[in-house]
Design a protein around this ligand. Structure first.
Ligand code: GLA
Length: 381
């Protein structure tokens, strides 16, 4: 199979952790359709860690937890498929998963076969509890081969958190996407850390093997498994709408897979509309899949530009600090020196509203933790 665009979907981990079950998955499947997520492009529904019993069965196969999934996984997969969605599951290249459930180390072929029989379309493949004597690159190849050998199209979503310089070898190992950074937490600092770390490796992201910046935290507001509510003061430092807007802009502009990590059964309108913003999704799904030109990148500020397939340019300014910042991009940086007879006709990338013509540079005051995202046409001066 060839994965041409960054995959989009929902994953259970960020909000639910081990607290997953059949009812949650079926309700989420319903919501993905009813609330327009599927129509917006979010097609994979992925169950993360903690879905099985702690021990394999006598036949050597992983056994779904009968309390969480009383009808087994094929039943869940069939339901998800009946909604027009694709179904994803999780395992680990190590002996155990990160939450200490059975991993697929030395069981790759039987597990891939089991997933295929259940109707799995996407496998997230983690890296905890991996024996030091083993070789990560090799074991990712083994699972890739095991998935292919099933004859079923299964998107292989590797997750070794960017370790072992995997941006050099994940594509050849057979991953369709791979986590290129550590785990996200529902805190703006985490969003900024991931984005600036990612900036160095964007060149490796292209069709059929995309860098994955981890699941979105939009809509969590500090609650859930990777939520960061301070128990001493639950009102302190909660993520804001502005911060979620910045997260979505970065994930879209950097071409990351868009996996929703919030509870879509309880998403407020602001976050639902943000996640379904057509203009932003179009940027993320642009067929050219070009890596952005990164002009500056630190946890305080990120400035970038990205060439789109229709000859427009996306320009982005992200303010990681707690103060308003005057930020700029000289068009010379993106290949348009002052003496070039061309200017940029700019639209707000979120709303499509015209921002007028700009020559030589973009200068903008950006709100704390905010972003300014523009889509620009090249026009004669
Ligand atoms: C790792 C991964 C997370 C999640 C957990 C599950 O930390 O990076 O995305 O899958 O394991 O235990």
């Amino acid at each position: 199979m060839v994965v041409n665009k960054p995959p989009m979907g929902w994953n259970s981990w960020n909000t639910f952790g081990e607290d997953i079950n059949e009812q949650l998955i079926m309700e989420t499947a319903d919501k993905m359709v009813e609330d327009g997520y599927l129509a917006a492009g979010y097609e994979y529904l992925v169950i993360d860690d903690c879905w099985s019993l702690r021990q394999r069965g006598e036949d050597g196969r992983i056994v779904p937890d009968p309390v969480k999934f009383p009808h087994g996984m094929k039943y869940v997969a069939d339901y998800v498929h009946s909604k027009g969605l694709k179904f994803g599951m999780y395992s680990c290249a190590g002996v155990m998963t990160c939450a200490d459930y059975p991993g697929s180390y030395d069981h790759e072929f039987v597990d891939a076969q089991t997933f295929a029989e259940w109707g799995v379309d996407y496998l997230k493949y983690d890296f905890c509890n991996f024996p030091t004597v083993a070789n990560g690159e090799h074991r990712y190849r083994v699972m890739s081969m095991a998935l292919k050998a099933t004859g079923r199209d299964i998107l292989f979503a590797a997750c070794n958190w960017g370790s072992d310089n995997c941006h050099h070898w994940m594509r050849s190992a057979g991953a369709h996407i791979y986590r290129s950074t550590g785990d996200i937490f529902d805190k703006f600092e985490s969003t900024m850390w991931i984005a600036q770390d990612q900036a160095k490796k964007l060149y490796a992201s292209a069709p059929n093997c995309f860098n994955d910046m981890d699941m979105l935290t939009i809509g969590m507001y500090g609650k859930g498994n990777v939520g960061m509510i301070d128990p001493e003061d639950p009102t302190k430092g909660l993520p804001t709408d502005e911060e979620y807007r910045t997260q979505f802009a970065l994930w879209c502009a950097f071409g990351s897979p868009l996996m929703i990590g919030g509870d879509i059964r309880n998403m407020n309108d602001y976050c639902k509309n943000l996640l379904q913003n057509k203009n932003l999704i179009e940027i993320n799904q642009d067929p050219a899949c070009n890596a952005p030109i990164v002009i500056t990148s630190s946890t305080d500020s990120i400035a970038f530009a990205r060439h789109m397939s229709d000859n427009t340019v996306v320009l982005g300014l992200v303010n990681g600090t707690a103060e308003p910042a005057r930020m700029y991009i000289f068009f010379d940086e993106i290949g348009l020196p002052s003496d070039a007879p061309y200017a940029l006709e700019c639209l707000d990338a979120f709303t499509g509203e015209s921002l007028g013509r700009m020559e030589d540079y973009l200068l903008q005051q950006v709100e704390p933790h905010g972003c300014h995202l523009i889509r620009a046409k090249i026009v004669k001066k």
